[in-house]
Design a protein around this ligand. Structure first.
Ligand code: BQF
Length: 290
């Protein structure tokens, strides 16, 4: 079993991004992030995105607003960033407070600045194989597969979870023509009959359901590649924070059966942040939309 090291791949890609910035660009890439409310995990995620920008020499702007911010106020902020010529790309950190409709917010983002790749224009272009901002987590997954030269053509890939942000787009990317792609993809979810039997057929498993340690060792075929997208906080009194991070995969029982597996922490999560940086550079160079 070999670990797919998200930290190593992230460092490799960030070094390339930093070298490109250092060599001189027409414009310093600029990422902005809007954070609404006080969700502790969201604050960690946004801070790591800002810190990653600094590491590679990008400019960043963090806009923080209280949980009571109205949807109209947030839409106004989105419009400001849409029309700010210095901002190449921006994100609205999810989850948003319950009184805000994230669909309306996503639709309000200029698709040319949608570096999270959540806007339906980017989603539709991705699905048709046109240039698009790829959603950050699926993009991170394909980059980790690429770094380790993992074969994908003709492989059975079973995706567990059908969210708009991970399960659905990664199933599209892995079934697309070319590398990494050309998989035969099965997209499974809460209504799937006999999920363990589906997972046992997989050469590549992508676990993105948000249930801690859900996928067990006896569900996984010998030699499978396992991509664990889960970031779940579970209580752990031995930690200063009072919790530890675990994936959607029961690492202890699954890892011995795998050819490759991503750890949590240190796997796909780091790649999500790195993919956001790649998209921000593409936005600043107008690679997708000219
Ligand atoms: C790691 C996210 C759920 C909902 C909204 C590294 C991140 C996480 C874990 C990270 C995530 C998850 C992000 C690790 C960004 C990934 O070492 O395991 C990095 O920063 N993520 C997000 O912005 O919003 C989320 C998960």
């Amino acid at each position: 079993m070999q670990l797919l090291d998200g930290k190593l791949v992230s460092q490799t890609i960030k070094a390339q991004l930093a070298a490109e910035v250092a060599a001189g660009l027409k414009k310093t890439p600029h990422l902005a992030a809007i954070l609404v409310g006080e969700n502790a995990a969201s604050q960690v995620y946004v801070n790591s995105k800002i810190k990653s920008c600094e590491e590679v020499g990008f400019k960043s702007t963090l806009i923080q607003r209280p949980a009571e911010t109205t949807e109209a106020e947030l839409l106004e902020l989105v419009q400001q960033l849409n029309s700010d010529p210095d901002v190449d790309g921006f994100i609205v950190q999810l989850p948003l407070p319950k009184h805000i409709n994230d669909e309306r917010v996503t639709l309000a983002i200029d698709h040319r600045k949608d570096v999270d790749g959540f806007h339906p224009i980017n989603f539709g272009r991705m699905a048709q194989g046109m240039p698009a901002f790829l959603p950050a987590t699926p993009y991170g997954i394909v980059e980790i597969l690429r770094h380790y030269h993992i074969e994908t053509a003709g492989k059975n890939c079973v995706v567990v979870g059908r969210s708009n942000i991970v399960g659905t787009p990664i199933s599209i990317l892995l079934s697309r023509k070319g590398y990494p792609g050309d998989c035969t993809v099965t997209l499974t979810h809460s209504r799937t009959h006999d999920l363990p039997a589906e997972v046992r057929r997989a050469d590549i498993v992508v676990a993105a359901i948000g249930i801690p340690e859900f996928i067990k060792g006896d569900w996984v075929k010998e030699g499978a590649v396992v991509i664990d997208v889960g970031i779940n906080r579970v209580a752990d009194e031995s930690k200063k924070s009072g919790f530890k991070l675990v994936g959607d995969v029961d690492f202890e029982s699954v890892a011995p059966k795998c050819s490759y597996i991503t750890p949590v922490p240190g796997g796909v999560g780091l790649m999500t942040v790195t993919a956001l940086l790649i998209n921000t550079l593409k936005a600043s160079k107008r690679e997708i939309y000219g």
